[in-house]
Structure formats: structure tokens, C-alpha cells
Ligand binder design. Structure first.
Ligand code: PAF
Length: 243
């Protein structure tokens, strides 16, 4: 009987470990994650593996992007299973640092997102969130130095903020935004869907249906009015958002 050899995956625990690893690579694709990987993450991983010489994923539950009272403590941590997802998707290495390695004593520089995001949607609802995201992603890009970095369009505003980060701080890489992966009933796949009980899970696809209805209403309407407000939201899902 033929046995297929198990793909090996290199686990790197510190930014220093990455230095040695990176020196041996040419074109690297990076998928930053907080773990609890699902089929949407696997899509990003496969794309990173297909479009680059080698793909690496980071798994790091980043404390600085959680506001006080948010779910930092209970955020799902499923490292062993995540490594299997990476292996199956063709990812060669996993960077899984400690908080100490990334933030030292916690008294370091933080990166601020463009102020225009402060009053908008998730920026307004989660003060400090996008600063935490920008700070950790800047650290990851500096440590890994990828050619391309992959994100899901589900987090549309995050994608727009990170495109600004890349452009404004002149990172020499491409931010690749990938389609949202959905369950059959339209619910966007998310690690936090694990928090939903049966009734909440049954109700959740209403968000997808409502967004679809809003998009159709916008397309059907010519001229200003409510369509203008809708347009400003929908823009954040496109490449045109920060132009
Ligand atoms: O989208 C996420 O999982 C996180 O915000 C990210 C980009 C990995 C930064 O911690």
C-alpha cells in the first residue's frame, strides 16, 4: 500500500527564529490570523501557497486589538487543529509567537490608523481596535517581509485600513483581498460564529440577506439620497476605497 508522506510544517516561535527562516526563502506569501482556523482561512492559505514560492501563516491572538471587556480571554484557541489546516492547505511554516516576543514589556510604539476611520462603523464601535490591528500587522510584515499578504473581504474595513497602512508606510508588498467564504445559508465564516447558540445561528444569515437587499436597492436607484450613504459603506469593500 502506498503511503503519502506527511508534509512537514516549520513552527517558528520568535521573530528571531524568523530571521534564519526568511534568509532561505525568495517570494513569501503571508496569511496573518488569530487561529481558530476555518474554511475561509484555508482558502487564503491555498491562494498564498499557489501564488508565492512559499506560504507562511501567523497564529497570534493579538491582545492590543481587543478593547477592555471584549472576548480576549475566551477567544477560541485551537492550535493543534490549526496546524493540520495549514498542512492540508500547503502552508510551509507557521509563526506562532508569544505576547512577550511581539510586545516586550508592553511599553512600545503603536501605529494609528487614518483618522477618517475613527467615526465609521467598526472604528467607532471598537475604540483602539484598528490601532491594535495596524500595530501587529506592521510588526508581522517587518518580521516576515512577505511579497504578498492575504486577508478576507469579510473584514472589509480592516482591508481598507491595511491598504492605507501598506501605502502610507511604504511597505514593499501587495495586500491581497480574497472573497468572503460563506456557509450554504450565506453566513460569512468566522471564528466567532462558535459563540452563537442554535437560535442565534439560525437567525444570523439575516445579515447577509439584508446586505444583499441593500445592494440591490442601491443598484436600482439613480441619483443621490439614501444611495449615497449606502455607497460610502459599500466602497469599503472595493479597491477604490482608499483612492
Ligand atoms: O483578521 C484577523 O484575524 C486579525 O485582525 C489579524 C489581521 C490577524 C491581526 O491580528
Amino acid at each position: 500500500m502506498l503511503r503519502r508522506a506527511r508534509r512537514t510544517i516549520t513552527i517558528l516561535r520568535t521573530r528571531k527564529d524568523l530571521d534564519g527562516w526568511r534568509a532561505q526563502q525568495s517570494e513569501v506569501g503571508l496569511v496573518p490570523t488569530m487561529g481558530a482556523l476555518h474554511a475561509g482561512h484555508a482558502d487564503l492559505m491555498r491562494r498564498a501557497a499557489a501564488e508565492n514560492d512559499i506560504a507562511i501563516a501567523s497564529i497570534f491572538v493579538n491582545p492590543t486589538q481587543f478593547a477592555p471587556g471584549e472576548d480576549l480571554e475566551k477567544y477560541p484557541r485551537t492550535f493543534e487543529r490549526d496546524v493540520e489546516v495549514l498542512r492540508d492547505a500547503g502552508v510551509a511554516a507557521c509563526f506562532a509567537p508569544t505576547v512577550e516576543d511581539m510586545y516586550g514589556d508592553g511599553d512600545g510604539v503603536a501605529v494609528l490608523p487614518p483618522p477618517r476611520f475613527d467615526a465609521l462603523s467598526e472604528g467607532a464601535a471598537r475604540p483602539g481596535h484598528f490601532s491594535g490591528v495596524c500595530t501587529v500587522v506592521a510588526k508581522l510584515w517587518n518580521a516576515v517581509r512577505p511579497k504578498r499578504s492575504y486577508f478576507g473581504q469579510k473584514d472589509a474595513m480592516q482591508c481598507a485600513v491595511l491598504r492605507s497602512l501598506c501605502r502610507d508606510l511604504a511597505f514593499d508588498l501587495e495586500v491581497v483581498v480574497c472573497d468572503t467564504a460563506r456557509a450554504d445559508d450565506g453566513l460569512a465564516l468566522s471564528s466567532r460564529n462558535a459563540y452563537l447558540d442554535a437560535d442565534e445561528r439560525a437567525a444570523a444569515p439575516v445579515v447577509f440577506r439584508a446586505l444583499g437587499a441593500a445592494r440591490d436597492a442601491w443598484r436600482a436607484q439613480a441619483g443621490p439620497g439614501p444611495a449615497a450613504a449606502l455607497r460610502s459603506c459599500l466602497l469599503y469593500t472595493s479597491d477604490a476605497a482608499d483612492e
